[in-house]
Design a binder for this molecule. Structure first.
Ligand SMILES: NC(=O)c1ccc[n+]([C@@H]2O[C@H](COP(=O)([O-])OP(=O)(O)OC[C@H]3O[C@@H](n4cnc5c(N)ncnc54)[C@H](OP(=O)(O)O)[C@@H]3O)[C@@H](O)[C@H]2O)c1
Length: 338
């Protein structure tokens, strides 16, 4: 058969927000499966925010796109011709066919879908990769306790709605953040969230303060940027933030101002606030350990000592200019003889 397989291709990396001209189109022959392969017909193509980063050829993803390549992506597809021992015609599978009507696969990474669980499209949403993201990030990282306030942004999407509803099932008080009144109404009415704030209404910090009077115990961040900032101004003691996605920045050509937290996601990093006074009971332990190292000669330090009280202002100014080298001290009186 000639043709019959429509494809959408990658043409160029978008500048800012993607436009249709960043994509191309092609029609090729429907491929024939080889031994150990199957041919499947795409039913649903998943559109995920991370594709925007793939289109930048971002290092975090294994996918690489050259102009003319079929756009990559997850799909739900029906097997129409199987030469693979573990898959038969009619099986519905989650497979990375990309943006095209037909593709062959050797079965690697392919998941059979149980159509009795829910509509097969959910394998790309709440019962697929986005759902797992929301579930795992909430259960294993955010860990909301019953009665705690859990906030999630992009709260009506597959990641956010899963995170929020999992937190609700864990007994948390759930507050969503979304970009319209319609989305917020849905979050409260259908998803069972306790409240939802619309950031497009302005002053998100104040809206969150009103919706979370006891502060935010856990925040599931899908957006980053100004939304994350507004949340950080409303944190409760011991709060946890799960950095999941930063969609606000995906279409920016250079990272937004302020510390760019994107690498934390790739590195699965954790950031924690430290206040020394919470650890005062460790002072005797620390003294014992470090004094022993000093005694053994395996611990060094440096002091930057100015002589005389009148030198204190200048020494302090040097410290604040970063011109001290070692612990900044002012010697005001004679040290006792040791
Ligand atoms: N870490 C991981 O492994 C992982 C895995 C999957 C997904 N993710 C991330 O999770 C996030 C949610 O993914 P999803 O698939 O569930 O997407 P989604 O919620 O269906 O769609 C993205 C939503 O982001 C919100 N948004 C806020 N600011 C935006 C902006 N400046 N531009 C565009 N959209 C903006 C919009 O909702 P509102 O109008 O409600 O704001 C939009 O509907 C994304 O950041 C994604 O990259 C991370």
């Amino acid at each position: 058969m000639s043709g019959g397989n429509q494809q959408i291709t990658f043409l160029r990396s978008p500048r800012g927000l993607p436009v249709p001209e960043d994509f191309g189109a092609a029609e090729v022959d429907i491929p024939t499966p080889g031994a150990g392969q199957f041919l499947s017909r795409t039913i649903y193509l998943s559109l995920d925010p991370y594709y925007r980063n793939v289109m930048k050829n971002s290092q975090i993803y294994a996918d690489r796109l050259a102009p003319g390549d079929v756009m990559v992506g997850e799909t739900v597809a029906e097997i129409v011709e199987s030469r693979h021992p573990e898959f038969k015609n009619g099986d519905v599978v989650a497979v990375r066919n990309g943006w095209q009507q037909y593709a062959t696969s050797d079965g690697q990474g392919v998941r059979k879908i149980d159509p009795t669980l829910a509509s097969v499209s959910t394998a790309l949403g709440v019962l697929g990769m986005p759902g797992l993201t929301g579930y795992a990030g909430t259960v294993f990282l955010a860990q909301p306790l019953p009665g705690q306030t859990f906030v999630v942004s992009a709260c009506t999407g597959p990641v956010g709605c899963t995170a929020g509803q999992v937190a609700r099932h864990m007994g948390a008080r759930v507050v969503g953040i979304a970009g319209s009144k319609e989305k917020c109404d849905y979050a409260v009415r259908e998803l069972g969230f306790d409240a939802c704030v619309d950031y497009r209404e302005g002053d998100l910090r104040a809206q969150l303060k009103a919706a979370c009077p006891n502060g935010i115990d856990a925040y599931f961040d899908n957006v980053g940027g100004a939304t994350l900032e507004a949340v950080t101004l409303n944190l409760a003691m011991g709060a946890r933030i799960v950095l999941c996605g930063m969609i606000e920045a995906y279409s920016m050509d250079t990272p937004p101002p302020g510390p760019w937290l994107g690498p934390l996601v790739g590195a699965r990093a954790t950031m924690k606030g430290l206040v020394v006074y919470d650890h005062m009971n460790r002072l005797p332990e620390m003294t014992r350990v470090i004094a022993r190292w000093i005694h053994e000669g395996s611990f060094r330090w440096k002091e930057d000592i100015s002589e005389g009280l009148d030198r204190a202002p200048e020494a302090f100014c040097r410290l604040m200019r970063g011109q001290n080298f070692g612990k900044s001290l002012v010697q005001i009186g004679a040290a006792p003889q040791s």
